[in-house]
Design a protein around this ligand. Sequence first.
Ligand code: MLT
Length: 237
Amino acid sequence: MKKIEVCLSPELLRHYEVAHKTVVVIDILRATSCIVTALAHGIEKVVPVAEIEECRAYQAQGYLTAAERNGDHVEGFDFGNSPLAYLDTDLKGRKLAMTTSNGTLALTMAKKMGAGQIVVGAFLNRSALLQYLRDHAREVLLLCAGWKGRVNLEDSVFAGNVLDELLDKFQFSDDACGLARSAYYLGKKNPTRFLADSSHFQRLKERGAMADIDFCLTPDQYDLVPVLQGEALVRLD
Ligand code: MLT
């Protein structure tokens, strides 16, 4: 059986081997939910970058840009980090560069460490991701973006959901798998209520982003898996 592991924070990534694995980057609130939504609504590719200045450099090349820090839209960029911003606009064929507090950091970190393959997971593309991991993937590392090095609940719950679904195909290989799966079971009946006291849920709620939260927690809206090819995430249908 192939192995599956969970890294609960990018700060722990140095303890994991990534070279021959499919790394699934997870930032439910909200970076990976945004990436899935943007690609589903016509964006051709998304370039994740760690720094604001890197993102700004893409503006000169005709890219749309998205920048978030501490949950807020950074001034001077087309988008912040609300997935809802990608629903109504005509984005077909446009390219997007994106920087966020944790999600794009996890993506660039996995790339820098030489991950065999990098894909993006969210509730919004859960079934497509599960199918992809069942059919194609090598060993899997679920990388939770967390919050500034700390573990967060929503990414852990989603990792637990993925683990639970893949039990027949993969062997759990560390205790973090058990933790994540237990968190998923605790919140399974009502994920929104379960997550309501969590830190980033509260942070976004204070910013009036409850509609973003509801959207990001909705499973199976899009049948695509973003995969990193070169510097950009593109959709794999
Ligand atoms: C992040 O990358 O930390 C997030 O997606 C933050 C946010 O909710 O905008």
